[in-house]
Design a protein around this ligand. Structure first.
Ligand SMILES: NC(=O)c1ccc[n+]([C@@H]2O[C@H](COP(=O)([O-])OP(=O)(O)OC[C@H]3O[C@@H](n4cnc5c(N)ncnc54)[C@H](OP(=O)(O)O)[C@@H]3O)[C@@H](O)[C@H]2O)c1
Length: 234
């Protein structure tokens, strides 16, 4: 058996998902990455070389996900990293935005796994992306905290049901060089750094490295892994 694999990244046109796609392509793996728009996803994939291709998948429309993934023939590793951020509070609750993110991250993530199940081999593995807003809410994180908590339960049930396919999740803290955070004012990032025991924020490569460990280690299953430099302890 060769070390080369097929990696599917749902939410692979940007940020951590893209970094995982880049790293896999550089290793010589076949990569299928998705965004909501087919042309944009294809353009991003083209930058990764001949063994990468881009497809359109919108997880906020779960009824269309199976059709969107029908052309995927084989999966060794699946990463589901998609997010549309929702700033929401219970005091001033925007139901439409909340429904969109809950649909995307809870129903959409599960449907992506479901739709690809027949394409997995026995040593297949899945990594889902949650986030530490599940434990450490911030103003406006009502929906984000809720869905990231939901990812924990999703991992537990899928790891048991889908055996021998392994299912784990990464829960990043603040990823300082990600597109969302890297444009924030320095004083905002410094506030997080000062509360992080390592004295630095996690990078996209740190997160990708941890996710690759979850994908490759045959004994790791049903794990919700925090990758945050010890931020939760302060
Ligand atoms: N960045 C952080 O510091 C951080 C912290 C904690 C947790 N996380 C989690 O880590 C994951 C990756 O975060 P990120 O910041 O790297 O992401 P990002 O740069 O914001 O990229 C989001 C990705 O999701 C795709 N996407 C957006 N809406 C979608 C939809 N409706 N259906 C399918 N795909 C959709 C985007 O593609 P298009 O725009 O091309 O459609 C893009 O590829 C997320 O699950 C996030 O919650 C990140």
């Amino acid at each position: 058996m060769t070390d080369q694999r097929t990696l599917v990244v749902i939410g692979g046109t940007s940020g951590i998902g893209l970094r995982m796609a880049q790293r896999a392509a550089a290793r010589g793996d076949e990569v299928i990455l998705s965004g909501r728009d087919a042309d944009s996803a294809a353009a991003v994939a083209k930058e990764l070389g001949d063994r990468a291709r881009g497809i359109a998948v919108d997880l906020s429309r779960p009824g269309e996900v199976a059709g969107a993934l029908a052309g995927v023939e084989k999966v060794d590793h699946l990463v589901v990293a998609a997010i549309e951020r929702d700033l929401n509070t219970a005091t001033d609750y925007d139901v439409a935005r909340a429904v969109n993110l809950v649909t995307l991250k809870l129903v959409g993530y599960t449907e992506a796994v479901h739709a690809l199940l027949p394409k997995f081999g026995a040593d297949g593995a899945v990594v889902l992306f949650g986030g530490l807003a599940k434990d450490r809410p911030y103003p406006g994180s009502t929906t984000v905290s809720t869905v990231n908590g939901g990812v924990m339960g999703m991992v537990h049930t899928l790891a048991v049901e889908l055996t021998p396919i392994r299912v784990n999740a990464i829960h990043p803290g603040i990823v300082g060089d990600s597109p969302f955070w890297s444009v924030k004012p320095a004083e905002v990032l410094d506030g997080y750094i000062s509360r992080t025991p390592t004295g630095r924020l996690a990078t996209m490569d740190n997160i990708a490295d941890a996710a690759e460990f979850l994908l490759r280690n045959p004994a790791v299953n049903g794990v919700n892994l925090n990758v945050d430099g010890g931020w939760l302890l302060t």
